[in-house]
Structures are given as C-alpha cells and as structure tokens.
Design a protein. Sequence first.
Length: 211
Amino acid sequence: MTREIDQVKVVRKIIVNFDICFSTSILEDLVRTENQRLWRNLILHLKGYLRRKGGSVGFELYKFLGDGWILLFDPKPKGMEIFQFFEYLSDKFTSYYRRHIRNVLNIRIPAVGLKFGMDIGSCIQVQMNQQPEYIGRPLNVATRLQGAIRQRDKQPENKVLLSKNLYATFGDKRQIERKYKVWSVPRNLKNISEGEGFRCVKVELKRHPSD
C-alpha cells in the first residue's frame, strides 16, 4: 500500500526486527579463540536463507544490524504465515549453531535462539545513495519491542513481541492461538512516546533446550 505526497512516498508496512540471543557473548568467545570466521559463516548462512525466502514469504530484506535484520512485510491478514516463517528461521539458526558453533565455545550460552519485535504503520520512504531508506515510528517501536522481550523473561529465545495494534489486524488469531502460546504483557519502551506500560502481545514459537 503506497501513496505519493509531494513526491515523498509513504508506505504502510509490518516491521520486523530480529536478532540472535546473547550474540555479543558468542562473538566475543569466538574472537578469543580465533574462530570468528564461524560467526561470519553463520551470518552468511542466515542471509542466504532470508534472500531465498523473501519472495515466497513476502518480505523485503531491508537492513543488517550486526546480529540480525530488519524485514519489511506488506500488511497481510494472516499472521500465521509470518509466525511459521519465524519458526523455520529459528530452526535454521539453531541447527547451524549446534553443528558449527556450540562445540568450540568455552562458555555456556543460557538462551540459544532468535527474538523478534514487530509493529505496523506508515513509514516515509526516501532514496539515499540509490537505496531505499525508511523513516517512521514503527521502525523504532519494533526495535524497542525486540529489546524488551528480555524484560521479566530469562528465556527470551524464539519469542515474538508485537504491538496489540498489529495483532488486531490478523484475521487468523484463533488459528495462531491454537498453535502457539499467546498472551498479553505490558512493557516499558525506552525513548518511545507513551512507551511506559506499552500494551503488547507475546508469542512463544517453541522451546529449544538451552546449550
């Protein structure tokens, strides 16, 4: 969904921000043992999977953040498709981690997996260096939600935190709630207007044993 306003394109998107739990600890340990190439290989592995799935799942691979990505989905009535993709992506990460990284670490990682933040809304699209860039509140909210998963939760892996506004747009909530654990939580979102006690929905994709 797009519209032009004075040559500025405004797009309505579902924004997804995801990253790797305890990525700093993992990378620091790999660097100490001179195994940082394994981190590079992991990132390239995930990037290849995201590129292959973008067209069929329906998202744009927008921006790499060092230990995760921002994905842009067009608004869609079925949230189940998105959550199932998150589950497949989490499995892809966990499988690669166990095969290639776990056995070289000198530390125990308490939560192995991915965590996701999501919001929906209008963003301004601009061209910078011949690349599309996006500006808007949903980007900030999705980022803060992803970071807020760890509030009051010692096992943040493979969980999604999304705004109630976004969850209300899904027409298949009953199907989602039959497959996944879903519950409402308040979270404090730093530097977000009216972010104190922000009303969210938390979705637990599934539990993987910690390594």
